[in-house]
Design a protein around this ligand. Sequence first.
Ligand code: FAD
Length: 505
Amino acid sequence: MQDTDRSLRKIVVVGGGTAGWMAAAALSQLVGGRFGAIEVIESDEIGTVGVGEATIPPLHLFHALLGIDENAFVRATQGAFKLGIEFRDWGRKGGRYFHPFGAYGAPMGLSPFHQAWLRASAEGVADDLDAYNLAASAAALNRFVRPPAGQAPPVFSTFGYAFHFDASLYAKFLRRFAEARGAQRTEGKIVDVALRDDDGFVEAVTLEDGRRIDGDFFIDCSGFRGLLIEQALKTGYEDWSHWLPCDRALAVPSANAGPLTPYTRSTAEAAGWRWRIPLQHRTGNGHVYCSAHISDDEAASALLAGLDGEALADPRPLRFTPGRRRKAWNRNVLALGLASGFIEPLESTSIHLIQTAITRLFSYFPDRDFDPATVDEYNRLSAQEFEEARDFVILHYAVGERDDTELWRYCQAMSLPGSLRRKIDLYRGHGRIHVLPNELFKEHSWLAVLEGQGARPERLDPLTSLIDGAALRGQLGAIQAAVRQTAQALPSHEAFIASHCRAEA
Ligand SMILES: Cc1cc2nc3c(=O)[nH]c(=O)nc-3n(C[C@H](O)[C@H](O)[C@H](O)COP(=O)(O)OP(=O)(O)OC[C@H]3O[C@@H](n4cnc5c(N)ncnc54)[C@H](O)[C@@H]3O)c2cc1C
C-alpha cells in the first residue's frame, strides 16, 4: 500500500445552482478543510436555470446528513410539503390518479396488498386505491403532518413526504450554509479550461478577468452546457429523445389562489404537460412540451390559460435534450446536476439524482490518482440510476389510452427500453411488480402509475385465491376506515406550516 499522501489538495465546484451549492454544502460540512479549500465559481451574468422546485422524500436524508434543520430550511425557502403528485388527463382525458409517497394497505397472507386489492377489485368489492393510502387520502383533504417515527399499523399504510421550495432561495440557503463552513465563493465567468498535456486532466479554469483557478478535482455543476465534462473533455451524451420527446419548457410563477395543496399537480396537454407547484408565497407553474408538435406561442397560451392565479411574470423559456452524459465522471471531472444529464421533471427526479450522486461520491471519494476502477464503478451506478428514473418517467407516456394528438399517438407506438417493457408485461400478466432493493421507485410507485395509466392485469395472481372472501372484505374495510379516520384527524397543510415553519413575509 502506498504511504505517500495523494489526498486531494483543492476541490473546485464550477457552478452555483442547486447542484453546485448542494455539493459545496455537503463537502464543506462533511470533509471541509481536510482536502484543501472548496471553491465555488459562479457567474452572476449567466445565472442559474431557476427551476426545480418539487422534490421526492429522500431529500430528508440529505438534510439529516448535513444536520440541516428542516423547519429552518422550509422557512428560508418559502417551502411547503408534498405528499405525492396528482396526475390529470394522463392515461385518458378526464382521468385522474395520485402517485403517493407511501405504501398502500398491508399484505394479506402470502399476497402483497395490491394483489388482494386486484382480486377484490375484480369482484367489485374494492374502492379506489387512494382509499387505502394515507398520503393520497391526506392530500385529497389538504391535510399534512410529519409521520411519527416508526409508524406502521394501526394505520396500515406508511407515508412519507417531500418538499416544494423556491429554487433560488434554496441555492441561497445552501450557500450561506456552505460559506459558514469554509467554502469560498468566486464570482466570475469561466472563459477557458486548461488541460494537462500528459493525460488531458483538467488543470485550471480561467475567468474573464484573467484570474486562474487551479484544482485537483473539479465538480462540473455548470448546467446544461457541461462546461468541463462536455465542452472541455468531450465526454459525449446519450440522447433519449426517442423515448421522451418533450424538449422545451416554459416556467411562470403565479399568485396563490385557494388552499395550499400538499402535492404537485401534473396535467397532460396536447403536446406535453403542465406542472403546478404551490409554495408559501406563490405557485410555480410550467409547461413541458414537444417542439415538434406545438409552437412556443401556443405552449405559452396553454400555460397561461391553465393558471389558477394571476401570472407574476412572463413565461421563461428553457430548452433541453433528455438523456445522460456517457460518463458522469471523466478523468478528474465529476458532472452533477444538469451537466450530468436531464430527465424531464414529471417525477421530480433531478434534485434527487444530485443528492445520490453526492452521497455516491463519498462512497467513492478519490485521491489524486483517480483510480480507474473507482471511477468506472461510480459511472456504472450512476448510469443505472439514471436509467431507472428514465424508465419510470417513460411509463407515464408508454401506457394509456390517449391517442388524440400526434404526441400521444407517437408514444403509443414507440418501442420501449427492454427494462421497462419487462416491468409492464409482468404487471399486465398477473399484476406482479418486481423492484430491486436499491431502486428509487418502489412497488407502490409502480402500482400507482401502472394502475393510474390504465394497465390492468389480464389474470389474478393464483395465490390470491387462498384469501378467504369475507376476510378480504373485512380487512379492506378496516384499512379504509383507519386511513380515512387518520387522514381526517390531521391538521390542514396551512395550519401545520403556520405552527412549524411559516416563512417571514
Ligand atoms: C423545466 C425544468 C423543470 C425542472 N423541475 C424540477 C423539479 O421540479 N424537481 C427537480 O428535482 N428538478 C427539476 N429540474 C431540474 C433542476 O432545475 C436542476 O436539477 C437543478 O436546478 C440543478 O441545476 P444545476 O445546478 O445543475 O444547473 P444551473 O442552475 O443551470 O446552474 C449552473 C451554474 O453554473 C454557472 N455557470 C455556467 N457557466 C459558467 C461559466 N462559464 N462560468 C462560471 N459559471 C458558470 C451558472 O452561473 C450557474 O451558477 C427542472 C429542470 C427544468 C429544465
